[in-house]
Design a binder for this molecule. Structure first.
Ligand code: SF4
Ligand code: SF4
Length: 418
């Protein structure tokens, strides 16, 4: 049996479509069931993690029209933007691009990802413009004041990731760990949402084509094309969406050993037109290869593991305040990459489930099952505890479920050009 996109859309409109998340499909298969194209109409996928290829295009009024000719420099909450390409001569406004990975010039712990979250939360941000004559203009704005706020993901939702270890005794600074990574073999960091990840379920991007609708941080966006450095073996996506429709829960800043980064969440809908498309969504964590590399050189793969790192683990830590020893310097507060733990208070909304608190607190105040990985090292098996997860399975599950719910309610029809 084969189905078409109009067939599936009609079923959605009639309230008769069966929508499952990629994890629900995999669970059915692991339980011994054999779903077919007749049983499933759409499979939703999701991922959340550090996505460095994040840029925002803004148009922003900063002064009265006629007050300056053209901007030369601009910062938003200290985060530098790139004025242009449109010069907006004498309009009192600035077209600019801000990278999610840009670092504040005033606070080394703050960057583009934190700025985007603050904007989406409705916070007022400080704007500093230097015009081409060297005049400084100061103003403030909220996202409502922005004429345009469009996100471009230049390389999102990669299919293939690498996990990292440090085999040396020297700490190594890298964007691939929340802090300088201790060694030798003091843990392992990884990214990716395994069997839920969009491109693990559609590795050739068969169902995702130019113009395909998807969710970016809960805003309905579009797939533009393959992202930078995308290849058939290692695909990723270039996508765009209106930031004004985004939910701040799904994006934000994430501090790393090499400065602040940005995380985002993406969900896609795979139309199940035939059994072959459905079978690709049967993929399970245990089948997905996770290469392990030396954090000092991301291309020297030392070993292999799989995304079993997501089996039987906790999504979030538990915090037992009574165990806290009130250390002079709290390692957790210093290291928590999303600033979820401050003043001995855990903010569950900001938590990313990275595990750095459970790894770092010497008194067991934070508990979190993070899983272990076995690697071969010079002929010996080493067992390493996961020290830092740079993907958040909880947010990925929430967005995949949100897309499923929207389709079930008839609010999201498929436009995949198949
Ligand atoms: S490191 Fe642990 S015990 Fe020490 S103050 Fe922080 S949470 Fe408390
Ligand atoms: S898991 Fe711990 S360290 Fe990571 S974001 Fe949550 S509170 Fe912070």
């Amino acid at each position: 049996m084969k189905k078409s996109i109009p067939d599936i859309n009609q079923k959605i409109k009639n309230g008769e479509a069966t929508i499952l998340t990629a994890e629900e499909v995999t669970r059915l298969v692991m339980d011994g069931e054999e779903p077919t194209v007749e049983d499933v109409d759409v499979v939703t996928t999701g991922t959340c993690g550090i996505m460095s290829g994040t840029a925002a295009i803004f148009h922003l009024p900063v002064a009265e029209p006629g007050s300056f000719k053209k901007s030369r420099k601009i910062t938003l909450n200290g985060v530098p933007g790139f004025p242009g390409p449109c010069p907006n001569e004498w309009l009192g406004s600035v077209d600019l691009m801000v990278y999610g990975t840009s670092h504040s010039i005033t606070d080394p712990q703050y960057g583009g990802g934190f700025l985007f979250k603050d904007l989406l939360r409705g916070e007022e941000i400080e704007i500093d413009v230097e015009d081409i004559d060297g005049n400084i203009l100061k103003s403030s704005a909220t996202l409502d004041d922005f004429g345009t706020a469009q996100m471009i993901g230049t390389r999102f939702a990669f299919k293939n990731y690498t996990a990292f270890i440090n085999p040396t005794s020297q700490p190594v600074s890298s964007i691939f760990n929340a802090v300088d990574m201790d060694g030798p073999f003091k843990g392992i960091s990884f990214s990716g949402c395994g069997e839920l990840n969009p491109l693990q379920n559609d590795p050739q991007l068969n169902s995702i084509q130019k113009g395909t609708r998807l969710l970016i941080n809960n805003s309905e966006g579009l797939f533009i094309g393959p992202g930078t450095r995308s290849s058939p073996e290692k695909p990723n996506m270039m996508i765009t969406a209106d930031m004004k429709d985004m939910d701040p829960h799904y994006l934000g800043g994430f501090r790393t050993g090499a400065g602040p980064e940005v995380y985002n969440s993406v969900a896609t809908a795979i139309p199940i037109l035939d059994d072959e498309i459905l079978r690709k969504t049967f993929i399970k964590n245990e089948d997905i290869r996770l290469p392990v590399a030396d954090i000092r050189g991301r291309h020297s793969v030392l070993s292999q593991t799989t995304y079993q790192v997501w089996r039987n683990v906790d999504e979030r830590p538990t915090y037992e305040k009574e165990l806290c020893q009130n250390c002079q310097t709290c390692m957790v507060e210093e290291r928590c990459p999303t600033r979820a733990f401050q003043n001995q208070t855990l903010n569950p909304v900001r938590c990313f489930g990275c595990g750095m608190c459970a790894y770092s607190c010497p008194f067991g105040t934070f508990q979190m099952e993070r899983g272990q990985v076995q690697i071969d090292w010079e002929g010996k098996v080493k067992e390493l505890e996961v020290s830092c997860r740079q993907s958040d399975i909880k947010r990925a599950r929430e967005l995949a479920r949100e897309l499923k719910n929207r389709i079930e309610r008839g609010e999201f029809l498929l436009n995949n050009n198949l």
